[in-house]
Design a protein around this ligand. Sequence first.
Ligand code: C2E
Ligand code: MG
Ligand code: MG
Length: 649
Amino acid sequence: MMSNLSFVIPGFGILLILLVYYFSRPQLSTRSNNTFIQLLGIQSLGLLLDVCAGMMQADFGSFPLWMHYGILTAYYILFAARIFWFYLFTVDLLQVDLQARATRMILSFAVFAIAEISVLLSFRTGAIFYIKDGVYQIGNDYNILYGCFLFYVMLSFLLLFFNYDRLERYQIVSIVAYNSILLLGNLIHFLFPQYLVMNTFSLMAIIIIYLTFQNPDLFRSDRGPSFNSTAFRFMLEEVGRAKNYRILGFVLRNYADEREIYGYHQMDQGIGLISRFLRDLCPGDTVFYLRNGCFAVMGNERMDWDTIRRKIYERFQQPWNADGADLFLTITFVRISSQSKDYDSETIINRMLSAFNEAQKKYSVDDILIDLDEIHDVDRQVDVKRALDRAIETDSVEIFLQPLIECKSKKMIGAEVLARIRNEEGRIIPPGVFIEIAEQNGQINRLGTQVLEKACRFISEGNLEKTGLRWLNVNLSPIQCMNRDLARQFRDILNRFQVNPEEVHLEITEASMVDFTILEKQIQSLRASGFQFALDDYGSGYSNLTRVKHYPFINIKLDLEVVWDYFREKDVLLPALVKAFKQLNFTVTAEGIETREMEEALSSIGCDYLQGYYYSKPLPVPEFMAKYTVSDLTKPVKKSETAEVRAFS
Ligand code: C2E
Ligand code: MG
Ligand code: MG
């Protein structure tokens, strides 16, 4: 009753190729991976026993009876175990915690136990198999094995039904496919018990699993001996649930620029060298190369990350020799630890990636520490997105105004319009949080339109005259500039409110100058409509004086970090810069003025306008009017420190 050898030998060959290929690659130690290795073991042993049994049956008399029984018992034990392990593998993939509920646990193991006990006792009871006249025979209760098979395949389908949302589509298809193949094998085996095809069918199932989930190449980084971000996600999904862990990440600063400078090929080689160094440095931990110069080492809660950090840091004091070129690279560290278990991998990855982004932009080498227990970034993002949607749909984006003070007269001469939205509880969400999100999902266009409309309404109600303002500054995102229709839309809004374009200055951040070729046309046509431009946040990005010179700005706004830096350590740079701008006929605004000393110092080096908390925080329009209306002398000037209640500080 055993399958003939011509069936088994090719199966063996295929399995062997799979095994060699599989074990020659680095292994990711996840739960599903371990289960898969066990499954491979069971399958190999099952095939081996199949061959042995086939040969022993053919030459029955040469072997003692107990050996025949022994080999048959072992064969059927593995037969039942195999389907159970397929089931366990599905359980791992779907991240079902069997131990969490006693009923689940008992249900899962009971049938397996019954099948195995029946097999074990068969040499006495003959329930599953027996030997008669030198021939292996199927027992009267052989149906127990079919039942066991059917049970676990059905249970797998059931689990999939309740947990499919954890997987991607192709993974779901794959789970359905390998379970269907097992089911089909079982059916054929049931209908034609003389053909023992189960080995072949389970090999097919294993190949499907291998192709979809276990191919080591799915997890390998293409640069050096490290794992990739798919592997990172996988590990987080499992480790994140199971136990405490630590992640020490670091990022090559200015990765994109360095790649340009040193060359792509050299840089890729460098990443390979770094991966190798990390693997040798922490052999017990898992090393990942995520992308864009981001590395991560993941270990358990005993990982000695201070030592590892120090060693990595020391190594980076030396150049990396890639293809004869010496790469001098600098890094910033990101550390993640969590005591809690209930973070989904998505949260951790998002948090991690945004920390990497942050680190890549940082000028200092300080580490970034993230304690997941303190930050619920994803909730926050969802909250912000919802607030954005609502604000835009209901036309409730608010504008706050912050005065611009003329140095000469010490009087307010203009104001910057700053956007605000509120969360569900009515608390203010600052633009630092929502602008980036709005830029990413394109909502910035409608948001920007609303801000401009509200600024125009403010002007059309005669508020400039009431407060002695000459103009308003409105921020323009570089994303808005990608909209070809922008100039026409802005002109229409101004026409609708009958506002003179000279009363609106548009601020463009310095960062957007990187893609200036695209901006240039846009600025030209807006200028043709009468708008004027200021360069915002000068000094926060790649400043190129010679380039700035050619652009049609009327005003340069020094970034508040630049202003504060000057104040921490006074040198000749800022005064020289201001002087240069003045000679090029730009007016200069200093942002972030918080004290009288700052006011005096920046006035004395020649700035034209000042902006900052020293004068006022950004205020809602009613408060702004109450505080600054000149004609209405009867109203007391309100203090307005409480104007902004920040929801996310
Ligand atoms: P920004 O255009 O550089 O605006 C100045 C920011 O500096 C404002 O932050 C203002 O509150 C803050 N600031 C002013 N003086 C001081 C000071 O003395 N000390 C400190 N610590 N901060 C000061 P805010 O309102 O949070 O805006 C942040 C950024 O969001 C703005 O930077 C601007 O780039 C962007 N933004 C705001 N509203 C809009 C908008 O309507 N459209 C677009 N595209 N971007 C906007
Ligand atoms: Mg601005
Ligand atoms: Mg600014």
